[in-house]
Ligand binder design. Structure first.
Ligand SMILES: [Zn+2]
Length: 310
């Protein structure tokens, strides 16, 4: 039986673009791999419309950038140790939708996007690709973004929708039995900003003179920066500590060279945040079983769950 061959603890992560997994989930993936869990990463697009930070690559077409970013994420996942990585529906099925910045400084949906942009995906078709992944991998815990895509990128919002829908469909016996036996994910977590660490890092970065969100600050005062600090800390149900995996996290992140420049003030701020004592990847409870009551956020995403999902 396939069941007997699966590790006891199984984790699924759904991210929108190559690099999101390394900036938001690298410590989580590295930790659970180190502990012998099964870790499956699904990336929804190739990130063809990401802003290219390396001048030598500025001429890349979206198609070329997508190919380049597949190589970047392959290298990053080799560093983290992830061997089960799939693109939703196969590489190139869904195109990066792109993002615009609205006049009030928020992320918005572009007017024009390719016909196969992820934002325009048929939700059932996209979810069914994930239903197959869920039914074959049988994760107890699934991770994606919150309903706002954490900061509003259309592809992050869509990744959230697709996972939330797929979790329902995967557990429904009458739905597409050809995609595998039904499976109930026990807990859905939404990755989020680690609010208090974000605020601490922001203060340190400002002290060091880093120019952060300069334009937004100028237009809207500190409120616009504050908006990015994350959820009410009381809502954070789990934090996976970064410190033991800091080196892996940084190496994986900087493998995404087309997107991540260590000299950029944002990534300098990000490094400051990662290095803070007690820093970690934070989660909200999206659906399913809450964590057992305890003091502060849980430290294990599987706490209180059973391996067989019943
Ligand atoms: Zn992204």
């Amino acid at each position: 039986m396939l069941d007997d061959m699966l590790p006891d603890r199984r984790l699924l992560l759904v991210h929108a673009h190559p690099d999101d997994e390394s900036s938001q989930s690298a410590a989580t993936m590295a930790r659970y791999l180190a502990e012998g869990a099964q870790v499956t990463l699904v990336t929804c697009t190739l990130g063809e419309l990401g802003e290219i930070l390396v001048p030598d690559w500025a001429h890349y077409s979206p198609r070329e950038l997508g190919e380049h970013r597949q190589a970047e994420i392959a290298e990053a996942m080799a560093i983290v140790g992830v061997t089960d990585h799939v693109f939703l529906g196969g590489a190139g099925r869904y195109h990066d939708s792109g993002m615009v910045t609205t006049p009030d400084g928020r992320a918005g949906v572009p007017d024009d996007m390719p016909a196969n942009a992820f934002w325009r995906a048929d939700l059932l078709e996209a979810a069914d690709h994930l239903v197959e992944v869920i039914r074959t991998r049988r994760p107890q815990v699934a991770v994606t973004y919150d309903p706002h895509g954490n900061y509003g990128h259309p592809d992050h919002i869509q990744a959230h929708r697709v996972l939330m829908y797929a979790v329902q469909l995967a557990a429904t016996p009458s739905h597409r039995p050809d995609l595998g036996a039904p499976w109930q994910v026990q807990r859905v977590l939404w990755n989020t900003h680690n609010t208090s660490r974000w605020a601490e890092a922001y203060a340190i970065a400002r002290e060091r003179g880093l120019q952060l969100w300069e334009e937004a600050d100028h237009d809207h005062g500190d409120d616009s920066a504050g908006r990015m600090f994350g959820p009410d800390p009381d809502q954070i149900v789990a934090v996976v500590e970064l410190q033991p995996y800091l080196d892996i996290c940084r190496r994986a992140l900087f493998t995404h060279r087309s997107q991540v420049n260590a000299e950029d003030p944002f990534w300098q701020f990000f490094s400051i945040m990662q290095e803070l004592p007690g820093s970690g990847e934070a989660y909200l409870l999206g659906a399913g079983q809450p964590f057992p009551a305890g003091d502060g956020p849980a430290t294990d995403l599987f706490e209180g769950l059973t391996p067989d999902g019943r």
